[in-house]
Design a protein around this ligand. Structure first.
Ligand code: GTP
Ligand code: SAM
Ligand code: SF4
Ligand code: SF4
Length: 328
């Protein structure tokens, strides 16, 4: 069967599934404290998500990332991981806030999870409570340490960079890569979650280049690391002799749309061809139809067809969305 490609000849081989819009944290850049989640009746079952993934696999999608909201608050998500692996995906990964990770590590490894990314913006418990609006630093840090002792090591740590909030920790976070086999990445803040006039964004934004310069000024030269997946968004580097890597993800200052290989499925059954536009296509009717695989294929080709070209910027009216709806 033909490989899924978009109108600009980009190969689409990477699917991100947001298994739930719910979360046990309320990170300031992602969602408001009083967010209303979707009614459970609107959310796809895990079996339906699996059917969608199966249709993607037949069109040459080989990688799938399970995300959310917080994927580990969705009951039986470990089952989904094991079924995705059994279907034949080469790379099944998860992005989590880490709160429920330690108790799920063994089951995730057994289910065949290939890699894990953990979001951690700070190494200071009080600041963690300020950013996530939940006082759970220690539990997340214990999970990071526990994950390093499993076949999921090396783990990736994701930190959203915010001026005046966690930029004083750039060097401490970078130093983790000298001590542990971790891939630490700072992500540029994107103006979502009600930041319609972009005010919060302008005061907090730090470009990735500045982050790399500030780390190098203290810790010495960073050497580029060859990517395993050339389409991956992170630019990764190593300090001399370090077991881990340090990097940046720069969707704002240096967008990587020209190499974008991704589609996203939301928990309520919409395909988002791009994280930073409002375009979506409803695939729920196709998933629930009598002959779902060909029906889903039609919708997938339509989503790929409308995927925007390189150079996407987020229109102001789209900034009311929360990242948790689309899965990051
Ligand atoms: N604008 C934009 N941002 C992205 C895209 N992919 C990832 N990001 C940002 O980078 C963050 C980190 O992504 P992760 O979930 O850790 O996954 P990843 O780095 O893509 O992981 P790999 O599968 O290992 O390449 C996301 O939460 C987004 O903030 C993308 O396609 N477009
Ligand atoms: C939406 S979360 C979903 C998975 C899981 N709950 C977690 O936090 O890892 C995925 C990623 O999106 C990132 N993210 C959320 N809002 C963002 C924003 N406004 N700008 C940049 N990254 C953001 C988070 O830091 C996290 O690494
Ligand atoms: S970034 Fe992840 S952990 Fe934080 S509120 Fe959003 S979905 Fe939850
Ligand atoms: S902004 Fe859209 S097109 Fe660009 S890399 Fe992200 S998802 Fe892909």
């Amino acid at each position: 069967m033909a490989q899924l490609t978009d109108s600009y000849d980009r190969k689409i081989d990477y699917l991100r599934i947001s298994v739930t819009d719910r979360c046990n944290f309320r990170c300031q850049y992602c969602m408001p404290e009083d967010i209303e989640f979707k009614d459970k009746s609107e959310i796809l079952t895990l079996e339906e998500m699996l059917t969608f993934a199966e249709a993607c696999l037949a069109l040459g999608v080989t990688k799938v990332r399970v995300t959310g909201g917080e994927p580990l608050v969705r009951r039986n998500v470990v089952w989904l991981v094991s079924r995705l692996k059994a279907l034949g995906f080469e790379d099944v990964t998860m992005t989590t806030n880490g709160f429920l990770l330690k108790e799920n590590l063994e089951a995730l490894v057994e289910a065949g999870l290939d890699r894990i990314n953990i979001s951690l913006d700070t190494l200071k418990p009080e600041k963690f409570a300020f950013i996530t609006r939940r006082n759970h630093f220690q539990k997340v840090w214990d999970a990071v340490m526990a994950a390093l002792e499993t076949p999921l090591s090396p783990v990736k740590l994701n930190a959203v960079a915010m001026r005046g909030i966690n930029d004083d920790e750039i060097v401490e976070m970078a130093k983790l890569t000298l001590r542990y086999p971790m891939h630490v990445r700072f992500i540029e803040l994107m103006p979502l979650n009600g930041d319609t006039d972009g005010k919060r964004f302008r005061s907090l934004f730090i470009p990735g280049r500045e982050i790399l310069e500030r780390a190098q000024a203290e810790l010495g030269d960073l050497h580029p690391v060859q990517k395993e997946d050339p389409a991956a968004p992170a630019d990764e580097f190593k300090f001399r002799g370090a077991p881990g890597t340090f990097g940046v993800i720069t969707p704002v200052s240096e967008p990587f749309c020209a190499r974008c290989s991704r589609l996203r499925l939301t928990a309520d059954g919409k395909i988002h061809p791009c994280l930073l536009t409002d375009l979506d296509v409803d695939v729920k009717p196709a998933i629930r139809s009598e002959d779902p695989i060909p029906a889903i294929h039609e919708v997938l080709w339509e989503a790929a067809r409308i995927k925007p070209p390189a150079g996407v910027t987020l229109p102001e009216e789209s900034r009311s969305r929360t990242m948790s709806q689309i899965g990051g």
